[in-house]
Write a protein that binds this ligand. Structure first.
Ligand SMILES: [Zn+2]
Length: 408
């Protein structure tokens, strides 16, 4: 919120930045998953050859539908009793936490350094780094310059791409932060959101799916919903959209948040000693609940306080809580509602997911399944539309991964 003051101080300083000097490592976002004991052998984690179905003929006589995501769970022996259900939360965890930084804050880069060294697991022996989100403004109200080109003051486009590669999300914080100034779109939040989405799409080929309300401007959550995003975030402004709980209720049930659009609240502090107190308290509550969450936001970071928060979080939550962007968990929940068919034959359980209702902007198309059978899982065969799978033969957890990394 101190953006305006800060930016007026900048005056007419113009920083040139050569954009996109290096190629973006698209398609390598799962490189963050350290191979674990239950990872697929290389021959099964490779990209599916859509034209070659010959090796499936014994178990899948019907032709492969290229519009569907499909895979086979392979068991040690006959698995007529095999059943699978989609886990309520990713990796079958109990809850989730999201952290976001507003106003293209350079402090997010300091947090990124810390977060990438902290992990939860996918329940199958693989580490997943904690990830957060950066809420970005497009242009200066003062001189119309793009924030992504002012590297001394704001996170650059190239740095945003690095964040995305580490599992972070980029959120829409309006093209212009203020409705007034030398350059502005007034209170036309629909225009601000649409033009900001287009700018990020053009600059880094990233399609956003959530928004953070600038200041407390009403109408912004409604505009985000109408644009087709999954959520808005604010400590005070919800436009009467659910769950809209306000700061007084820090830990909330995810069941209260509508599937297709949620106007989320958050704990907001620029004072990180206060943040540490608030988050430790919320974490203690969260571990006593099922399918619950809390969210936090800031313009700044104090590394010592963040380190304390993360150390406390990992020791208290014991790998049962996700630390991820709100987008990732909201997209997961929509994925979990897609039509899915299951069919057993001999030692195979074939799973087919129909993603045709999924909006193109969806980035995370991952799903976690809980599979039960007297027989043990020995392998996952990717039939179509999946980047990778992991499984745990002891618990029956199966994760499939599919991430969209570029939009035209
Ligand atoms: Zn802001």
């Amino acid at each position: 919120m101190d953006y305006l003051k800060m930016h007026l101080l900048l005056g007419l300083v113009v920083i040139t930045f050569s954009f996109c000097a290096e190629s973006c490592q698209k398609g390598e976002n799962h490189g963050q998953l350290t191979p674990g004991s239950y990872n697929l052998p290389p021959e099964d984690s490779s990209t599916t050859n859509k034209t070659d179905t010959s090796h499936h003929d014994n178990t899948s006589p019907e032709p492969l539908d290229p519009t569907k995501m499909s895979f086979e769970v392979v068991f040690s022996n006959t698995a007529d009793d095999a059943k699978a259900t989609v886990a309520e939360l990713k990796y079958n965890k109990n809850g989730w936490v999201s952290l976001e930084f507003d106003d293209n804050s350079l402090d997010a880069l300091k947090a990124e350094e810390l977060l990438k060294g902290k992990f939860y697991t996918d329940g199958c022996g693989n580490n997943v780094p904690y990830a957060a989100a950066l809420a970005v403004i497009g242009r200066s109200n003062y001189n119309n310059q793009e924030m992504g080109t002012m590297g001394d003051y704001y996170v650059t486009y190239a740095q945003m791409k690095t964040m995305i590669g580490l599992g972070w999300d980029i959120e829409n914080h309006s093209l212009y932060h203020e409705p007034t100034g030398n350059y502005n779109n007034g209170t036309d939040w629909a225009k601000n959101i649409s033009e900001m989405n287009a700018l990020i799409l053009q600059k880094i080929n990233y399609n956003m799916n959530g928004a953070v309300v600038p200041v407390n401007y009403s109408g912004f959550p409604t505009a985000a919903k109408n644009f087709g995003y999954l959520f808005s975030s604010s400590e005070s402004t919800f436009d009467n959209l659910a769950p809209g709980l306000g700061d007084y209720q820090k830990v909330a049930s995810f069941n209260l948040a509508p599937l297709t659009f949620s106007a989320f609240n958050r704990i907001f502090n620029d004072d990180w000693s206060k943040m540490e107190t608030d988050v430790k308290s919320a974490t203690a509550t969260l571990i006593t609940r099922k399918n619950s969450y809390f969210r936090l936001g800031s313009h700044k970071v104090n590394i010592n306080n963040l380190q304390n928060i993360l150390d406390n979080f990992s020791s208290v939550t014991k790998d049962n809580i996700l630390f991820l962007s709100t987008r990732e968990i909201m997209e997961y929940r929509v994925m979990a509602k897609l039509p899915i068919t299951y069919k057993t034959e001999a030692n195979i359980l074939k799973v087919v997911i129909d993603p045709k209702t999924l909006p193109d902007r969806f980035r995370w198309r991952d799903l976690s399944f809980i599979v039960t059978s007297k027989a043990k899982i020995t392998n996952i065969k990717n039939l179509n539309g999946i980047d990778k799978a992991t499984f745990n033969p002891e618990t029956g957890l199966v994760n499939i991964f599919k991430q969209k990394t570029i939009w035209q």
